[in-house]
Design a protein around this ligand. Structure first.
Ligand code: PEP
Ligand code: MG
Length: 946
């Protein structure tokens, strides 16, 4: 074996450290672990990722000692198996498979049966007495080796479809022998395929197919190594932010071949230790009798559910069940494994942590805690907060009785509506233009990955729950229906047929990944529900977390939803949203249009009962929890129509008046011109009469005057830069009647709720504060109204007065502001705009995408909190504010409040709560738990200094 002192590139499965995925790749590490915990793995070894990195860094040259080492390990394999590499008498055949630390579509994957050549094939025939089997193995090898070792990859035809030259030859031979499935081809037919494949290789490479197994091996390792830098693998890493720290280079696994296609006592399959769709604790997967490797996942034959193996091969099924426990006990995670049964003997070929949808992940995590396999904290850490987003997926309304057009396998849950597109490139193009797409394929391959990104859902006519389409869609949380066998897809015609129905590219369909169905047209959907196990996990999360999760909720309905999702308070109720209703907007407009404070007050009083009623209902929903109500924030002209619109109307009204005048003269004029004209415009007199009545009442002038007043007022209120203009507390100070009305509504609502024995806890929040003096101005007005309402209702009302911190100056002056404010809430939307001096709309529509692609800014700071800039200001404000008022309650209510990374940051800088939209509450609660668990483990301690 290789000496310990020099760089080592190979590890036998007995030797490798199964915890070192970075070195051995996930697959290699799994094979080593399985071997070492006593599972039946065919002998083999791993070439490390370091060898790959050295190869790439040297300009695609093998490290000097690598091939010597490979020779040594091949010899060791020969010894272990009693076979010879290239020996026709007892040929040793191996598989060559890539495997990086993270599973990564886009890399060259698997070569089977390497070592076959014309001589060893004959040797195998003599040994097995099964020529058909050997020819079948040979043609598979040639195709896989041709692709990976020799780079004969599928190419785009002029029509835009993808053509695999090997597939094409194979299909031609099948057609020639009238075979519908591969198994119907005879040994002779397969030998013909073998010959044609060899000819193809010669045509494509200019050299004959290499008969020498060593040459085959080196070319294959080289092909796998190079695929690390292949476009698809690079794109995938970029898309998923896979950094070199996470995975760098691919390992190559060389494993002795075992055959699942040696007859009816042989099989191959893939499985999960628990159901990845539901999380149920039972073996789950697919298998195919008398088949090899990729047959199961490629969807060429539709596989059978693993539970049927209990009947087909009861002994093996028992063995698999036992293995399920061994694997889970060792890994303490659900495993996704591959196996082969060769003439009644079971072999494990791969294991890795099973990718599950969010539902199954929640269930298995909760179950595994109860089974004593993992701790509550481990269970929580498994659930990436953003993953819970999947619960936000819609589903088909179960009351809808529309018949599905076809039924397939429910491969990934959720539902989607979109246009059918048969090609991944086209899906990408249309997706980029904002179209909703259902990527529809016979089966999918790793090269379709960009189509997945662009699509809302995936539909395939072949393949089971472990097909490529199913696995990838589940990972992405997109709905997928696979194996919809009734669907006859024709890529050339760009259409699919089901019975007599033809679906053309661009037709709208609805996909139900949960039920495995799809429908023509757009089917009504329902809002999502949270799964049962989540409640328990959320309880654990709340127990583990320090920072609380509150909600941004503006209406009673939102408050109810927030509470259902576990909000511990309302962190932001944007009162302006309450004015945007049909019965309120005219009152609001009149208030804004008022010329005098008295008139404004009169209109404000009409709004008070409406606001009050909303607050009462919100207090009822949040009984016992704080409700932070923010006084009016936006500039007033936002409630008025635009100048353009008003100008049009005024001009129209003026024209209308002219017409009106003209019409009064019209009947007489018309009669003179043409006495018969009334036949064609019989209503003209009536219309003219009506118009004069209208005018007589003065309505024409009244309307015009109204519009002109609004126009004048809008002109007065319009600002050059409204976001930096008279908004928030500035507007409250300019038009005090508005804030007075709101404060009164809040206190009256509190009093009414208290009378109903509701524990109403109003926290009044002032927006856009930049100096303590603004609060000093507001505070006495609040106190005065408070006193007055307490007296009138004869109740004691507790409340807090606090401020948004959303202006950079407020962060800087936080110590002084905290002298008046009892709480702070960071408005990171405005704070981000101010800190960057970016206007959000302009930034996101114009230059931010360029900044992102140019690498000037890594993220959109309106989505991902800018910890170094905005975060710095926040951290300063927290420290300064608490110097003044050590018990100062601080939260965040900008949109970042529901974003996991920001939750972790807010936890670190010591905020008391994050506030986010009701639907993101579970995500934030999970993120809050993660932050604390990581802190306890030493990963994310509370920041002590700036
Ligand atoms: C903020 O600025 O972060 C905030 C919550 O206020 P709004 O988005 O309403 O301006
Ligand atoms: Mg704001």
């Amino acid at each position: 074996m290789a000496k310990a002192t020099k760089q080592r590139y190979c590890y036998a499965f007995e030797e490798g450290d199964g915890t070192n995925k970075k070195l051995l790749g996930g697959k290699g590490a799994g094979l080593c672990t399985m071997t070492q915990i006593g599972l039946p793995v065919p002998p083999g070894y791993v070439i490390t990722t370091e060898a790959n990195i050295e190869f790439l860094e040297a300009g695609d040259k093998f490290p000097t000692d690598l091939m010597d080492e490979v020779h040594e390990y091949m010899e060791a394999l020969e010894k272990k198996t009693g076979k010879g590499f290239g020996d026709p008498a007892k040929p040793l055949l191996v598989s060559v498979r890539s495997g990086s630390a993270l599973s990564m579509p886009g890399m060259m994957d698997t070569i089977l049966n390497l070592g076959l050549n014309d001589e060893t094939a004959q040797g195998m025939i003599a040994l097995t007495k099964n020529e058909r089997f050997v020819q079948d193995a040979y043609r598979r090898f040639l195709q896989l080796f041709g692709k990976i070792g020799l780079g004969i990859v599928p190419v785009k035809t002029p029509e835009g479809t993808e053509e695999d030259k090997f597939d094409k030859i194979f299909e031609e031979v099948k057609k020639k022998y009238n075979a519908h499935v591969d198994t119907e081809l005879s040994a002779e037919a397969l030998a013909e395929v073998v010959q044609k494949f060899k000819d193809l290789i010669k045509r494509q490479t200019g050299k004959p197919f290499p008969q020498d197994p060593w040459a085959q091996l080196f070319l294959s390792v080289e092909g796998v190594f190079k695929s690390w830098e292949g476009k698809r693998a690079v794109d995938y890493r970029r898309q998923f932010n896979i950094t070199p720290e996470m995975a760098y280079g691919t390992a190559v696994n060389i494993c002795t071949m075992v055959f699942g296609n040696m007859g009816n006592d042989s099989a191959t399959g893939v499985g999960f230790t628990r159901d990845p769709g539901t999380g149920e604790n039972k073996l789950y997967g697919d298998y195919l009798i008398n088949a090899q490797g990729e047959d199961v996942v490629a969807g060429i034959r539709t596989p059978r559910p693993l539970k049927e193996l209990r009947i087909d091969m009861p002994g093996i099924f028992k063995e698999l069940e036992k293995m399920h426990h061994t694997l889970e006990k060792h890994y303490r995670e659900v495993q996704d494994f591959e196996f082969t049964i060769e003439q009644g003997k079971l072999y494990m070929l791969q294991t890795r942590n099973g990718k599950m949808n969010a539902w199954a992940l929640c269930k298995t995590s909760a179950d595994m805690v109860k089974e004593g396999l993992i701790t509550e904290e481990e269970a929580l850490l498994r659930i990436e907060p953003d993953m819970l987003e999947q619960f936000l997926h819609r589903r088909i309304d179960p009351d809808i009785k529309q018949e599905p057009l076809a039924v397939g396998i429910s491969a990934s849950p959720g539902a989607a509506i979109g246009k059918v597109v048969f090609d991944a490139d086209q899906a990408e193009r249309m997706g980029n233009q904002g179209e909703k797409i259902i990527l529809t394929r016979i089966e999918t391959k790793p090269e379709d990955i960009h189509g997945f990104f662009a699509a809302q859902g995936i539909l395939t006519s072949r393949g089971g729950k472990t097909s490529h389409a199913a696995v990838v869609a589940r990972g992405m949380g997109k709905p997928c229906v696979s194996g919809a066998e009734g669907l006859d897809i024709n890529y050339d015609l760009k259409e699919a047929r089901v019975g007599g129905v033809v679906i053309k590219e661009g037709d709208i369909v609805t996909l139900d990944g949960t039920g495995g169905r799809f429908f023509v047209g757009a089917v009504p959907m329902l809002d999502p529900e949270l799964p049962k196990d989540l409640a328990e996990l959320m309880e654990w999360a709340d127990k583990a977390a320090r920072i609380e999760v509150w909600a941004n909720a503006d209406t009673p309905d939102m408050a109810i939803k927030a509470r259902q999702h576990g909000a511990k308070g309302i962190g932001l109720c944007r009162t302006e949203r309450m004015f945007n209703e049909a019965d309120r907007l005219p009152l609001m407009r009149n208030m804004i249009l008022a010329d005098t404070p008295e008139e404004r007050k009169r209109w404000a009083e009409k709004l008070t009962p409406m606001q009050r009623q909303d607050f009462v209902e919100i207090f009822r929903a949040m009984d016992g929890l704080p409700v932070t109500i923010r006084l009016l924030d936006p500039p007033l002209h936002e409630f008025l129509p635009s100048i353009e619109e008003l100008l049009n109307e005024v001009n129209r009204l003026k024209e209308f008046n002219q017409i009106l005048n003209a019409l009064e003269q019209l009947p007489g004029t018309l009669a003179i011109l043409d006495p018969d004209l009334h036949k064609y415009v019989p209503s003209i007199e009536t219309v003219a009469r009506e118009f004069s009545e209208f005018k007589a009442k003065g309505l024409d002038q009244k309307l015009l005057k109204q519009k002109e007043t609004v126009l004048r007022r809008v002109r007065v209120l319009t600002e050059y830069n409204p976001m930096l203009g008279n908004r928030g507390v500035r507007c409250g100070i300019s038009f005090p009647e508005i804030y007075d009305m709101q404060i009164q509504a809040i206190f009256e609502a509190t009093a009414i709720a208290l009378r109903e024995k509701i524990d109403a806890r109003a926290e009044i929040m002032i927006p856009n504060v930049c100096t303590r003096q603004e609060l000093v101005w507001v505070k006495p007005r609040v106190e005065k109204i408070h006193k007055e309402v307490e007296k009138r209702f004869n109740v004691k009302i507790k409340y807090k007065l606090g401020t948004m911190v959303e202006i950079a100056r407020a962060c800087v002056r936080a110590a002084r502001i905290a002298e008046v404010a009892e709480f702070f809430s960071f408005g990171t939307n405005d704070l981000t705009q101010g800190t960057f001096s970016f206007s959000r709309e302009d930034a996101e529509n114009k230059f931010l995408p360029i900044y992102n692609t140019e690498g000037i800014l890594r993220h959109n700071p309106f989505e991902i909190l800018d910890e170094l800039g905005v975060g710095w200001l926040m951290q300063h404000a927290v420290q300064a504010g608490r110097q003044t008022r050590p018990d100062l309650k601080i939260g965040i209510c900008g949109e970042h409040g529901g974003q996991p990374q920001a939750v972790e940051f807010c936890h670190r800088i010591g905020l008391n709560y994050v506030s986010c939209s009701p639907m993101r509450i579970p995500i934030a609660r999970m993120a809050a738990a993660h932050a604390m668990i990581k802190e306890t483990k030493g990963g994310a301690g509370r920041s002590k200094s700036l």
